[in-house]
Design a protein around this ligand. Sequence first.
Ligand code: GLN
Length: 494
Amino acid sequence: MTPASVTELGVRLRRGETTPAALAAAARRDLEAVAGLNAVLRFTDSLAERQAERAARMLAQRPEEAGPLCGVPFAYKDVLCVEGVETTAGSRILQGFVPPYTGTALQRLLDAGAVPVAVTNCDEFAMGSSNENSAHGPVGNPWDPGRVPGGSSGGSAAVVAAGAVPFSLGTDTGGSIRQPASLCGVTGFKPTYGRVSRYGLIAFASSLDQIGPLSRSVEDAALVYDAVAGHDPRDSTSSPAPVEPAGPTLRAGIAGMRLGIPREYMAEGLEPGVRAAVEAAFGELERLGASLAEISLPSTEAALSTYYIIAPAECSANLSRMDGVRFGLHVDRPSLTDTYLQTRGQGFGAEVKRRVMLGTHALSSGYYDAYYRKAQKVRTLIAQEFDRAFETVDAIVSPTSPSVAFPRGSRSDPLSMYLCDVLTLPVNLAGLPGISVPCGPSVTPGGAASGDGLPVGLQVIGPRGGDAMVLRVAHAYQAATRWHELSPPLPGTR
Ligand code: GLN
């Protein structure tokens, strides 16, 4: 059975067949039933109770004003601040940190009447592609708990894949919404940079971070996007442009649309089962009336090294505020320097330390021009290449991840982990909107491979501000296929 969508829950609520409190309780039960996945860090019971009451009032008193998310339960990633709820960014260093304010995206969901039920596990400070970098332990993939759910929003993807909540919020700096969505067989949307306010998001790399939804369908992702997108004076990089809502054009179809397939994204390194599923999806898009053509984005090969200069550089600056004095963990030492050293030494995990050191090096005098400034120039080239591509195509389609979910512990070499995001991080470097939708299980042509049967994701990328169009293309695909309705068997957990 397919878990209920946001729209279906809305219908049941309005018919009086259920209540926001009953839905929140059911979501909590379903999350507890899959506790073995370690996807949930904490439940937000008292907030859920208050919100459910508020939603019930909204539905009873002003049903015509209550939006589609009113009364619908959701979970959010442990990097989003909510007043009074512990937020740790998956790190030991923020243990016990309780934000005194609520971030904008969360506040907009609360104002829409949505009911937060749980905080989800993630890689420490959103650095990772497998959720193995969390101080709270790894997350299991609902399709195979011995495999990773992807990262860094792995918990957010797992709870949606497990059918416990209809949607969750994640964040995407280099692929952290789309890649776990792909590996868990759910829909994950990263809006245009600046479209969703970052106020109240614990920063990893501020020029790349974006908040977005993970859900069972594009329809639901669009409902969440429409609720959270929009200008916010409290985020200086928030776009003042009016939001083009996704809802009105979602069902307009893709007949006559021109879609580009970057040659460089279909290169070697793609697992054969991923290639086969994505090529079948291309065929489906063509049947739906789009014309597909190969394009070239030659700077793709430089994107990974560019990202791994810029993201660590920004993270080294952002994380300097984690000093043991103001937030979370405090290792008391007689000297202030020692307090800093011990708190950061004990509070940060290995990957975060690696990034802080890489970033500090790239920004240090004598190396700044060779690394950081050069990376910024290449970033501009990458963005310009996308701009040129969008002169001839409306959207770009590709695989989301070169591989399906891999066994936990199988990528201990950081470089092999970094390669997970080769197809997603160029999108962040250029600030574009991108979505991943399930396009079928991996089936290796001519022979079984160990990842066969696991979900594969199709990525759709649009020009800056083309969020509604990206959702429209992805929805057209989902309206014609059933892959997004597949649910994991959840052996031993359900
Ligand atoms: N996996 C990438 C990284 O480790 C992207 C993470 C993200 O998007 N937050 O940096």
